[in-house]
Every structure is written in structure tokens, then in C-alpha cells.
Design a protein around this ligand. Sequence first.
Ligand SMILES: *Cc1c(COP(=O)(O)O)cnc(C)c1O
Length: 430
Amino acid sequence: MQYFSTNGRAAVVGFREALLMGQPEDGGLYFPSQIPDLSELSGSAWSPGSEAETVFRLMHAYVAGEITDDALRAICEEAINFPFPLIEIEPGVFVLELFHGPTLAFKDVGARFMSRCLGHFSNSIGKRAVVIVATSGDTGGAVAHGFAGVEGVSVVILYPKGRVSRVQELQLTRTASNVITMEVQGSFDDCQKLAKTALADPTLRHNYFLTSANSINIARWLPQQTYYFTTIRQLAGKRVVFSVPSGNFGNIAAGLLAQSSGLEAKSFIAACNANDVVPRYLLTGDYNAEPSRRTLSNAMDVGDPSNLARICELFGNDIGRIRENMAAVSISDEETAATIKKVHEVCGYTMDPHTAVAYRALTRSHTRARDEVGVVLSTAHPVKFDSVADILGNNISVPESVAKLEMLERRAVEITSSYEEMVEMIKESL
Ligand SMILES: *Cc1c(COP(=O)(O)O)cnc(C)c1O
């Protein structure tokens, strides 16, 4: 498979190159040059519990020739070692729980797959691979745990001190020895600036192979198609509407790509919080990026979603075709909180704020026909967001994986937002 840039001014590359580069030099996003036919993955001949086999068949189409089948199978089995339970919380409405990985969020899927691919290629790079990630909470944990113990790769995580939730802080600071966590006295934007400066620093680049592991990397993006296929199989014979909590629009772009490859879904809803550039774009046809606004569902506080470029590419830049396949809805914080409360009361189910946005978007925008079902993608466990306990007025029981973290030693260094200080710390630790 070859990958081209959505901006069309960079060289076409193979899987390895696209993985290592992350982003093409022209500022576009890598996109596969062919859409493979994966309709066999929709078939009911598959048994449940074959997540790893599904991701293998899927990714085989995207890496063929660059990783041997045996190595790819091992990567898939290690990366996708947790289930995607589908739970009917009320008649015709299912929650697809994507948070059974080590950091309790769906980002584990892409981060674990990417880390093992990078580990696979690390011998051929010739320098130590160093992944630098700035995080507002979820991404850092998934990347830190995804790369834990991966040979040949070190990870530097930058997070804003005091601005992540209790569970996120545990996940960011109880990590393996190849992960360096820096607690930055500053905002997420300060962290991002540090990461960007480092990635462009010729002195650092001379000594290390630097890369970013952010969500636009094809090795994080493409494997997310897996759970759309496993879900469609379980709901064989039904017309499925997927409601996807969307921030940078990678998750929903993966679903739409799967649909182009033969996934038999009826339609998709992009569920957004107050950051509503895409809902407004679909309504008016004008795209206006904005500074992000802070909301309860903070992993979706994105004012200029990168992966919209991939959705436009997929539909030939035809907004009419985008509208036919994807609706987009904006849900306020008030509605989100009310939804968490109501679903807890009526269905006895506790949702995190991102999942609640998607549930509300499904029920608000959609009257279901009789043979239709709605699937709400649940992107995080409610214990990850302190607001949920506040809204429900009671504590959420802590899963065992989190309780275990509490017993490990805290590994993090505190730095100011000075670039020189960060570089010193990297040199000392690597
Ligand atoms: C990252 C994230 C999202 C948004 O996913 P995108 O692919 O960026 O649209 C939604 N929910 C949670 C919990 C996340 O961590």
C-alpha cells in the first residue's frame, strides 16, 4: 500500500515511511492510495473474540509486503489484547465499550498498535527512537503505556501540572523505565510548544530519531476500523447508526474509511461538544477554525480538527456526499451533565462525558426506524473524569488496573516551561 498527502505536494511513501514520518512535509495527512475491499470482515462467519484476528486481516491490507505475516500477527495479538463489549442499555441502543485497555480509553487501540510497529522498525532506523508527546490527559497515558517496555524506543511525555484528572495523573506517572514523564508548570499549549520545538531541533535530531505518536499517524488511525467491523458482525441483519464522540475526528474518519471498504453501516453521527466547527461546516458549507473551548468532555476540545481533511479526501471533497454519510451534532455541557444523570437513573449505566455527548447526539438527532439500532461509541471509562462523580454525587468504583497503579512508585520530573530545562532533562535521562 502507498500513502499520499492530502495536500498533494509531498512524495508518495510506503507504510514504514508514513509511520516514521508521521506527517508529510507539506503539512497534509497521509491517506491510502487505494481503498481495500474488506467486506469479508463484515461477514457473520466470524466468531466473537476474534478482535486480534480482525485487526490482522484489516492491517494486512495496509502494510502488506513491509511486515511479514508472522510479525504482523504478533503485533496485533500483543496490541489488541482486550475485548470491545457491546452492551444494550435500552431497547435498540447499544454502548460499544472501547475502554478495556490499560489506560481505560479507546486511544489504547491505536497507541498500542503504533508502538509495536515502531519497535518492529527501530532496528532499521540506526538511532535511538524517541517519541515526544504533549498531552492534555488521555493521549499521554495511552502512549506511555503503549510503549512501555518496547525495545529500542524511549518516550517523553509532557503534561500540564494540576490540569489532568486523578486517574490520568496516575497513568502518566506510574510508567515503565523507557518512559520519561515531565510535569510542566504551564498549560497544555506550553507542553505542545515544547514538543514542537524539540521535534524541529537539529541538535536533538542529530542524536536521536524523534517522532510524535500523535493521533494523525496512520499506525494509530487505521487500526481503529477494527471495532466497527466486530460490532457490525454482532448486529448482523440490523441497520446500524454509529454515534462517535469526535474531537480531532480520527475515530469517525476510521469508521467512514471502513464503510468505504465494505462495512455495512447505515450512517454515522459525529457527536461534538461546544467545539462545533464541523456541525457548522456541514450546515453552512463554510469551514472556520476557532480557538478551542473548554468543556466537560475535554478530550474533544479541538477547534480545528485535523482528520476532517481525510474525510473530505474520502468523499472527493464533495460536501453533499459527506452530508449523506455523516451528520454532525453539537451538545452543550448542560445537556452532557443531564444525560449522565438521566442514563444513570433510567438505565443504571454510568457514562463518561464523551460517551454522554454521543448518546445525546444519537437520541436528539435520530428517530429510529424499526429495523435500526444505534451504537454509541464509549471512548473512556467514567472513572477517568472527575466530573462524573461530581454530577452523580457518588464515587465510581475504581477498576483493579487503576488500584494497582496506586501501589507503584511515582516517576515524574517537574520542570518549568523552559525549553533548555526540558532538553537538559532529556539528555540526563536517556
Ligand atoms: C481522543 C478522544 C476522543 C476524540 O477522538 P478523535 O479521534 O480525536 O475524534 C473522544 N473521547 C475520548 C475519551 C478521547 O480520549
